[in-house]
Ligand binder design. Structure first.
Ligand SMILES: *Cc1c(COP(=O)(O)O)cnc(C)c1O
Length: 398
């Protein structure tokens, strides 16, 4: 079936502006549409496909697990969940894990855990300080925690219990701390806002504030975790120990699994507090194990960081040539700030030229290639982008 033969799209709810192409296959860094057109994919499902499309390790783990055991019950132990939890704890500063199905759901778990901890240890304190332009997901509580402009007005009433500070502004956090405050929650790099890293001073300052006031530090690493920003987890770059971490996206390499991790001191859920029909099922945990085994293989993250540096160098060259703004990010998560609000138009032109990039806001392009991209793939994408920019600037002057 070709794209033009597939005609009925109106049975899908209209929740996104989608281009006309229908995608039928993926091979590593490449995505292929129904007309057999190939696109170098630097969106990768919004930083989901850590190992690119249809990675062999994940496909093999899924096939084997699918033929063995899919879902015994969330009330029974299964081996892949135990193994994945053990591995995540061994690789991080955390002691216990709860698995969920999406980033938003795991963030809900983090919010619940902080509220429960506040009830037990902090006189019922429940308020969580979050940040302007933060993105924590699309459930009602995760939306209330987010700082996306305009979201407050979408589905009122907004869930109470959150106070919003300004990112990278420690004084704005200090001002909000009161007797009801229980936690501070942030993305180490604000992804949807346009790849805005927390400064080291800010992150270390938040840790010190949490220590001084007895608050929990929650890092939402749904986007930054699992090697995306260079180290296995972005908090490592700051030399701090969070109390709670949330993973999603890259953890399953394209398969829906997320995780809520906590230290022993904070992990206070009891039976009945949290759960979910599919949480920690063996199929998705087998995928998570395959991804983590790959990410932690000797040399993998070093290779990925080198390809990220190659990408950043190329983006800086393009920015310099066209008089564009800042190139920010790390690892395999980068943004190029434009001089004008043309990012969606450029993303469309890039797609026409066979390169998928994302415009998280009108003045910024975001790049999220697979962590295992080759040097040739990075060079190819940069070349296409350079050509697109040159043509675009010629045809869209002023
Ligand atoms: C994508 C994202 C989420 C939401 O994850 P879903 O799986 O879409 O629910 C939460 N936090 C951050 C930082 C994200 O990038």
């Amino acid at each position: 079936m070709t794209t033009s033969q597939i005609q009925t799209r109106h049975h899908l709810m209209n929740t996104a502006h989608r281009p006309a192409q229908i995608f039928i296959r993926g091979e590593g860094a490449w995505l292929i549409d129904a007309d057999e057109r190939r696109y170098l994919d630097w969106m990768q499902g919004w930083a989901v496909n850590a190992l690119g499309h249809a990675p062999a390790a994940v496909a093999a783990a899924l096939a084997s697990q699918a033929a063995t055991l899919l879902t015994p019950s969330p009330a029974l132990h299964n081996a892949p969940a135990l193994r994945l939890a053990e591995k995540l704890c061994a690789l991080s500063v955390f002691d216990q894990v709860f698995f969920a199905n999406s980033g938003a759901e795991a963030n809900e778990g983090a919010i619940k855990l902080a509220r429960k901890w506040g009830r037990i240890h902090k006189n019922g304190a429940f308020q969580i300080i979050t940040f302007g332009r933060a993105f924590h997901g699309r459930t009602l509580a995760a939306m209330a925690a987010s700082g996306k402009p305009g979201w407050d007005a979408l589905f009122p009433p907004v869930m109470p219990g959150f106070a919003r500070a300004e990112f990278n502004n420690l004084a704005s956090v200090t001002r909000l701390i009161g007797p009801q405050t229980v936690a501070i929650m942030l993305e180490p790099v604000q992804g949807e806002a346009g790849v805005i890293p927390a400064s080291a001073d800010f992150m270390q300052g938040l840790r010190a504030l949490c220590d001084r006031h007895g608050l929990l530090l929650i890092v939402d690493e749904v986007q930054t975790g699992c090697g995306r920003t260079g180290p296995l987890f972005a908090y490592e770059q700051y030399g701090i120990r969070p109390d709670i971490m949330v993973l999603g996206k890259g953890l399953g390499g394209g398969v829906p699994i997320s995780a809520l991790l906590a230290t022993d001191a904070v992990s206070c859920f009891e039976p009945g507090d949290q759960g979910g029909t599919y949480c920690g099922n063996p199929l998705v945990c087998a995928a998570g194990l395959a991804v983590l085994d790959t990410l932690t293989a000797p040399g993998f993250l070093e290779h990925s960081r080198a390809r990220g540096a190659q990408l950043a160098d190329g983006l800086r060259r393009i920015a310099h040539e066209h008089g564009l703004g800042e190139v920010r990010g790390s690892g395999m998560l980068w943004a190029l700030v434009l001089d004008r609000a043309q990012a969606p138009l450029i993303a469309t032109a890039a797609m026409d030229a066979g390169l998928l990039v994302n415009a998280p806001n009108p003045q910024c392009l975001r790049f999220m290639p697979p962590l295992n991209s080759s040097a040739a793939e990075i060079a190819h994408g940069l070349q296409v982008l350079a050509e697109v920019m040159t043509t675009f600037r010629r045809t869209h002057t002023c």
